[in-house]
Ligand binder design. Structure first.
Ligand code: KQY
Length: 352
């Protein structure tokens, strides 16, 4: 699996519409997705999948440079429902189609049903003309980050949760990551960001920004439950060696907030049986780590004037050849994720 910072031929997103996840009939989220799409398409080709009901609306709201296609899905988290692209031994692009169970199925998952989401990877791979490796193994793209050289970052909280693949050992998971992604070294962090509803996705906590380079969400507030999570991750990263035997340089990025859902925001979300309830006062799992690396730019979430500038400066230092584009993404955060969770890169194959 190539790293996200390697060359892409494009990127995919899905268009949000469910009123039990996106407040006010998804209109504010659609405006934010359109702003994110504009930023990404300035840095690489972008395709957005929309339902039949939303196709014309998505087409009208998105920049002309974005390709819009009809694809049904249960929601818009293509990092998790979409394929994980890999390059095979002959340099050809292929896609892994993991089984998707809405982050835990009927045991802690976020909605029911999820059957359309589970078909998204297959449809994307058909359109991309890439062969597909389907597996019964349950995994979401947001649960892993790779350096493209055989190292994977993940969390025990997510990959060992029995609500994904039953009771599973680290060795069994490592075998699957090796078999499907060519991973030879897994760096196990403990927990994801505090109260992250996916059950510990690493893509809110830490990511590779280059070989041997890791960005980590951080707080200096020892009373915040996030402090202990980030401190433990820091310690494990300090002790880790990557697939090439290197130690890692860790770049701390201070978290925003803490941020909470307001009463007005909660009131705009429909209540629906089977979907996770949203309440005023819920702490939101906000992190600057959930950015997207496009060929020519970094598209990063903005949430909080106190910390946005520092996060932006760190990303500029880590990605000096890319433009850093900030988009206010509180509306995506209210749905439980951010820019990384709603994007999926398509790496450039070595041969076509
Ligand atoms: O972390 C991600 N990759 C996805 C977040 C999904 C949130 C679902 N409400």
């Amino acid at each position: 699996m190539p790293a996200e910072y390697e060359r892409h031929t494009g990127c995919w997103m899905l268009w949000p519409e469910r009123p039990d996840i996106w407040r006010d009939g998804a209109k504010p989220a659609q405006a934010t997705f359109a702003a994110i799409a504009s930023a990404i398409v300035s840095g690489e080709p972008l395709t957005v999948g929309a339902s039949a009901a939303q196709f014309q609306n998505a087409r009208a709201r998105l920049p002309a440079a974005v390709r819009v296609l009809e694809i049904s899905s249960n929601d818009a988290w293509i990092r998790d429902s979409g394929p994980t692209f890999v390059i095979d031994g002959k340099g050809r692009r292929r896609g892994v189609d993991w089984t998707f169970n809405a982050w835990g199925g009927l045991n802690g998952g976020l909605y029911f049903p999820w059957d359309r989401d589970d078909e998204v990877a297959q449809k994307v791979l058909e359109i991309e003309g890439s062969d597909r490796y389907r597996t019964p193994f349950v995994l979401e793209g947001g649960a892993i980050h790779v350096d493209g050289q055989g190292t994977c970052l993940t969390t025990e909280e997510c990959l060992l949760n029995p609500n994904r693949n039953g009771v599973t050992s680290k060795t069994q998971v490592e075998r699957m990551l090796h078999r499907f992604l060519g991973i030879t070294t897994v760096i196990w962090l403990d927990r994801g960001v505090y109260l992250d509803e996916t059950g510990g996705h690493v893509d809110e906590l830490a990511c590779f920004t280059g070989p041997g380079q890791v960005a980590l969400t951080w707080t200096e507030d020892r009373k915040d439950p996030q402090y202990e999570i980030s401190r433990d991750a820091h310690e494990r990263l300090e002790q880790a060696r990557d697939a090439r035997g290197r130690s890692l340089t860790i770049h701390k990025i201070h978290q925003p907030g803490p941020l909470y859902m307001t009463a007005e925001e909660a009131a705009g979300i429909d209540v629906r049986a089977g979907s996770r309830p949203r309440q005023a006062g819920d702490r939101l799992a906000a992190s600057y780590i959930n950015f997207y690396i496009a060929n020519k730019c970094i598209v990063m979430p903005l949430y909080d004037k106190r910390w946005d500038g520092a996060a932006m400066r760190t990303l500029k230092r880590l990605f000096p050849s890319r433009k850093i584009l900030g988009v206010p993404t509180r509306e995506v955060l209210l749905g439980g994720g951010n820019i990384h969770c709603i994007t999926q890169q398509v790496p450039r194959p070595a041969v076509r």
